[in-house]
Design a binder for this molecule. Sequence first.
Ligand code: SF4
Length: 418
Amino acid sequence: MKKVYFKTFGCRTNQYDTGIMVSRLRRYEATTEENEADIVVVNSCTVTNGADSSVRNYISSLRRRRPDVRIVLAGCGSHSRGEDLLSRKRVDGVMGHSEKERIDEILSLEDGFYEIGDLKHIDDTVVESFSGRSRAFIKIQEGCDFRCSYCIIPHVRGDARSQREERILLQISKLASNGFGEFILTGTNVGSYGRDRGESLATLLKKISSIRGVRRIRIGSLEPIQIDDELMEILDEEWMARHLHIALQHTSDAMLEAMNRRNRYEEDRRLFQRIADRGYAIGTDFIVGHPGEGEGEWREAIERVKELPLTHIHAFTYSRRDGTVSAGMGDIVRGDVARARHREIREIVAEKNRLFRLSHDRDLRVLFENGKDGVYRGYDQYYNRVSIESPHEDLSNTWMDLERVEVGIDENFAIYKA
Ligand code: SF4
């Protein structure tokens, strides 16, 4: 059997997509060694110009190192750069997102194929396990109807569409019976789940929670306007992780407008407070250095970040993406300024996180994953990392209730006593 190596770039959704392709191989065998491969499938990311060049550099270096290997471009980059790379013979074939489940057939085509498919498809594959992990990621939807100025994603992943409910429930049932207890629902825009099918995320969550073996559910990321009363109602359920990730992207209204975001600060602040009052840790995404972010906008934003009950942040330095509205905007922020702002916001939220952990250092329910040298790591219900020393007992994939932990700079610690 010919061997296929998958090189995955970008986000968790892409990793998940690679899992689908691997699970669909019949006439080929997946390998984890690039130098053993007859074919390399590059599951690419195109979210920024930088992501495009990482993919291009990998392909060029692979061509140099392994002139005999067949290179197939898959993932988001196949939609934005596929035609170009194929016409310049940098890759031997291109396959779009909707074609993943046909991978066996596609890899058997003659060189030069361009199987881009459509952007309406939703995968049907049930992935039953994720080796070496105790948390399972479940993709419940694909695509996005929002049109944020800086983002290329809707153009390469299409509009929002939801996975069929029975598919998701079947997938989770199988994983739960294989020993998975924590489920993380992911997608391009998770909070839009169900809108195209007249269903709702809250109803799906309730159904998942009633599957035997499901102990904790996390939602990947939500937009503020997607948190409706039905979702607020289930926040007290025992199976909900006590952490929500709500993507704000900025806290200055002028910047939110420039980014064509649908959220505005005052409502965001009220929402965060209501959720924090229910005992939740809250994380967010934040783009630093988007065009137009002058010193005034930044100072306003950072003062607001200080007043928000935030515990986690994914701060990104804005990176230009050709083909987006933001790429054509003036008032570009200098790289060193953006980097300094990035550091500032990270430090502020890291301190907020530490203070939160100091006041939440008891009664933590942790799922420990794999360990090394007698130290195991996992996450508590607030999505804070906990390391535990256990020189003699293997704690991989173990749930544990910790009465008390020691709070460190950026994680919590405990010592296991049998
Ligand atoms: S919500 Fe905005 S940033 Fe997120 S995928 Fe959709 S368009 Fe992109």
